[in-house]
Design a protein around this ligand. Sequence first.
Ligand code: M6P
Ligand code: ZN
Length: 191
Amino acid sequence: MNIMQPFTTQIDLHSGVFNPERQIIRRYLSDMQTTYADESAVQDILKQEGNRLVYEVHVTDLPEEEGQLLHCTTIIYPGRVGTEYHMTKGHYHSRRDRGEVYLGLAGEGYLVMQTETGETSTLSIQPGTAAYVPPYWAHRTVNTGVVPFVFFAAWAGEAGHDYGTIEQLGFAKLVVQHDGQVVVIDNAKYK
Ligand code: M6P
Ligand code: ZN
């Protein structure tokens, strides 16, 4: 058994920034060309405005192994691609039977989830909302506000991220702006 040293991280509850900062994963629109339903809106933005930072993840540098509890903050910047709000790529856990817990820190958004047996769930997250992603549910977060949406997440070290299934199939539900309102609609392209 490998005994690690306990440690703390100071988290700015407004910005989600870690101190000490360890690893930051930044996802730009160019990394998400097939994520949004409206692929031509992605190409128009890339051509007309150039690339944009959609979200970043501040992570602890823990080993991805059984027994560890990985944790991070995610900051999704406000914005839309076509009618669809800025969001994370979304994933299943490679070990499907591993769950995850979220805590909203700043801004607001939705946690969009689905199972491989056809169930879907969309939960609103605000500062102070603890949300539970049970085993077997794919999960994606969406910023439906006008300021950065910041939340904390913790999950099992051995869970792993399976992005491929979502890249191939997409999510069944989309969170879009319609007549100035946030609406959850069916994804016509969902396979
Ligand atoms: C949450 C957690 C992380 C994840 C991050 C960004 O904080 O689920 O494990 O990495 O969101 O989401 P994604 O990995 O789908 O881009
Ligand atoms: Zn996860």
